[in-house]
Design a protein. Structure first.
Length: 474
């Protein structure tokens, strides 16, 4: 919050993307129906996820691929590392995959002596800068052109082809430096690791949408392709895919059609990788599916529209969320995937004003404010949750005793109309004696330091009603 450069970068970038998206969406008269269709397909798939995942496995296997199942991050990292080492190679190129960032795959590969090179331009900036992604769509959104130029000059030589000595900060120069740096890696790499935006159960086809073409180089040139994909990314049919190929580009990059949409189904002799492995990642997703309210977060298609309209994200940036999934969707997804045992994860559902802008722009109608309130209740009150496939009861998180006490007091007050009436009259009389507090006492003071506390009313509503209507009937 105190980093003025960061806040300026975020304000400019999110504002620009937000405005472009609004214009792109306004072009479609049936946007609301597309949104409803996307929601319906996702909800149907999640209700029958077991069936569609088995259908996907059968189709991928029939097309020459191999399917692996990973219950958690450790198993997924072990699977991918073993697959890479079995090829005899010690380096891989990657097309942007949030799932691999979620499980820490780059670090696992490095520990095994394998170098992983990010090839998405923004991911490359993050990797060269020894940084972390701060946005779902634009991971380096917190960097400006001058900072990127300095990173390229200082770090590119350590990772491969160096940046030109006279590199400027124009977009064309920066893109050309990245292109030349990455080209040698594309031509040399024998193994690639990818994610996927969608998996079509009907045919076993995987789909990646990207804007630069670097992903297509990863997906077609290497001899071995390993895709790590969350199990919620499956959709039933090709017909369903048509819906999302309209929703995602307009919601993410504000484009009518995605520049590079790559699809592959298993392997084909003489065309593309000769070996294809699909790692289906759970890592808390089936536990999330067990929550009737929270499971809607699994509809997410990673468009990032909710980040670009969120007043909290715009001021705090993605790093504040402590997760690869920042912004409103991260605030509801991360605590379900990782649990709420840490202070950061327990704080995420509170990183929102509940203004509802995220729900309004979500292309699959995830009611993020509803899930935020649901998770806040879980954190403050504790209760039953699913962890590792087992139903357990968690204790309330620390630091919420005052909140629980306030809610108990409010419940008692609202359950006893006579006490409520007496309190209203006492407050009105105190106002006539000059009682107009600016701040609440004790722990509640933190809430009123940035909010104006309303003045007590001159007359309780109940008394006004009786005086005006002459009756206590309500």
């Amino acid at each position: 919050m105190a980093d003025e450069t960061l806040r300026a970068n975020l304000r400019h970038a999110t504002g620009t993307i937000r405005d472009k998206r609004a214009r792109a969406v306004a072009e479609l008269a049936d946007w609301d129906r597309l949104r409803a269709a996307g929601k319906a397909v996702k909800d149907h798939t999640l209700r029958h996820l077991d069936r569609y995942l088995l259908q996907l496995e059968e189709a991928v296997t029939a097309a020459g691929g191999t399917v692996h199942w990973a219950a958690d991050a450790a198993e997924a990292n072990r699977l991918v590392t073993d697959l890479v080492l079995a090829t005899g190679e010690r380096e891989v190129v990657k097309v942007k995959s949030m799932a691999t960032q979620e499980i820490g795959l780059d670090e696992a590969l490095e520990a095994a002596g394998v170098a992983a090179y990010e090839t998405d331009l923004a991911e490359l900036i993050v990797q060269l800068g020894h940084d972390r992604p701060s946005h779902i769509l634009v991971p380096a959104i917190h960097r400006n052109r001058g900072e990127i130029r300095d990173i390229f000059r200082a770090e590119m030589a350590r990772w491969g082809r160096p940046a030109p000595a006279d590199l400027g900060d124009s977009p064309a120069e920066l893109a050309e430096a990245a292109r030349l740096h990455l080209r040698e890696k594309f031509l040399r790499a024998k193994v690639a690791v990818s994610g996927a935006n969608f998996m079509v159960a009907e045919t076993g086809t995987l789909v990646v949408l990207e804007s630069e073409g670097n992903g297509r180089m990863c997906l077609t040139l290497p001899e071995t392709l390993i895709s790590v994909v969350g199990i919620e990314k499956v959709i039933p049919t090709w017909r369903d895919l048509e819906i999302f190929l309209q929703l995602l580009p307009r919601s993410s990059t504000a484009e009518r059609m995605n520049p590079y949409t790559t699809m592959w189904t298993g392997t084909t002799d003489g065309d593309g990788p000769s070996a294809f492995h699909l790692v289906l990642l759970d890592n808390g997703r089936t536990d999330t599916l067990a929550d009737a309210v929270g499971r809607q977060a699994l509809r997410c298609i990673r468009c990032s529209a909710c980040l670009n309209v969120c007043p909290v994200y715009e001021r705090a940036g993605g790093h504040a969320y402590g997760s690869v999934y920042p912004g409103p969707i991260g605030a509801v997804l991360t605590p379900q995937l990782r649990g709420t045992d840490t202070a950061v994860d327990a704080s995420l559902p509170y990183a929102s004003t509940l203004c509802g802008a995220c729900y309004d722009v979500c292309p699959v109608a995830i009611d993020i404010p509803e899930v935020l309130v649901h998770l806040r209740e879980r954190i403050a009150q504790g209760g039953p949750v699913t962890r590792g496939g087992l139903r357990v009861r968690i204790r309330p998180a620390r630091g919420h005793a005052a909140e629980r006490a306030a809610l108990r007091a409010a419940r008692h007050l609202l359950d006893h109309p006579g006490v409520l009436r007496a309190g209203e009259r006492l407050l009105a009389r105190a106002r006539r004696l000059g009682f107009r507090p600016q701040h609440l006492p004790g722990p509640a003071r933190a809430w009123t330091t940035t909010r104006a506390l309303p003045e007590p009313p001159a007359e309780p509503f109940r008394d006004w009603w009786i005086r005006e209507r002459g009756t206590t009937d309500r």
